[in-house]
Design a protein around this ligand. Sequence first.
Ligand code: BGC
Length: 413
Amino acid sequence: MSRKVLIGVLVISLFSFNVYAGEVEVLHWWTSGGEAASVAVLKQLLEKEGHTWKDFAVAGGGGDAAMTVLKSRAVAGNPPTAAQVKGPQIQLWAEQGFLANLDDVAKAEKWDELIPKVIADIMKYKGHFVAVPVNVHRINWMWANPAVFKKAGIEIPKTWAEFDAAAKKIQAAELIPVAWGGQPWQEATVFETIVAAKGPEFYTKTMVKADPAALMSDTMIKVLERLKALKQCTDKGAPGRDWNLATAMVIKGEAGVQFMGDWAKGEFTAAGKKPGVDYMAPTAPETGKMFLFNVDSFIMFKQKDPEAAKAQKAMARLILQPKFQEVFNVNKGSIPVRMGMSEDPFDAVARTSMKDFVATSKGGGLVPSMAHEMAVMPAIRGAIMDTVTNFYNSDTSAKDAAAQLASAVKAAK
Ligand code: BGC
């Protein structure tokens, strides 16, 4: 090959591989089957635009491990380009001056018109966009295997009293009533779902305002007793179990139900299971009028390299575009955060969620998830979560645990 031809070939290949485009390093904790399939969509869309995706996945449902790694990278002066961070924590990162201003993308793409205001406000710091929302997850679901209920000869329960009766029959049929993931964030997820059954006022007082009097009230004692009662519905393998392995127990018909947010649906979908046929997804007992919301979002760190900044803005733009919103959310089990999307590609569970999101936002039942970092600052969440987990895994009485909740929260405030 002559020198000239060689240079020509090099130039052409440089163009076709877009080596001048930027790289985004993305920290997230989406490592289960359903989650990995969902995040792959974003990677593909970015690569189509010529950018490079450097995956920075930190396994661990609920994201606590990912947050620890993120803090140490940021302290070392080497944060990733984007990171999955949610709720009030967005403000903390922005306050410390880490985050890029995304107003230009937001303005060009009309984010203020496309995202519900309650969610847009969480993404802004002092009126400027510093994060991009991805989806809306609902927490208060009960994932049920109808074959297990059929074997036990009982209907899927709607109330906690019916649930107790069903659990006994499932046990009599030598199956496990509840697939339990014994990790603090999962126990906190079930706990807040039981709190939700007490209605929006009690939920807000305890899980959003962290009011000590409500945290040690008789109602809270009842909630804690209910949580502890679930322990006898679980199996010996529960301690430490990952959430997706618990979902697999329901998928395989080893267990009757799992209480978990709708990322669990992503696992059913990845396993080729159909709602209404292979599994049922009613809301958790007595929480039909509640919608505990959990919005995933990415914060974007300031960039020195202009190409990296370009890639970062492209990522922000793509996340709210209809194509991504559709494919990602179908895989993930969540619903689009972009308003006005067609319901056609979504299954019956997602459609219920879309309908209930609107209904509960009018009826007062739309409340932020404490366990999933949407409701209180991390120190308060930590105090609640530690107390609940210690209670669930010890002989502490519900009354003592309620008092401990109040004092732990006071100390964390
Ligand atoms: C996140 C979900 C994720 C789940 C399990 C939640 O906190 O919002 O996106 O699928 O944790 O890892």
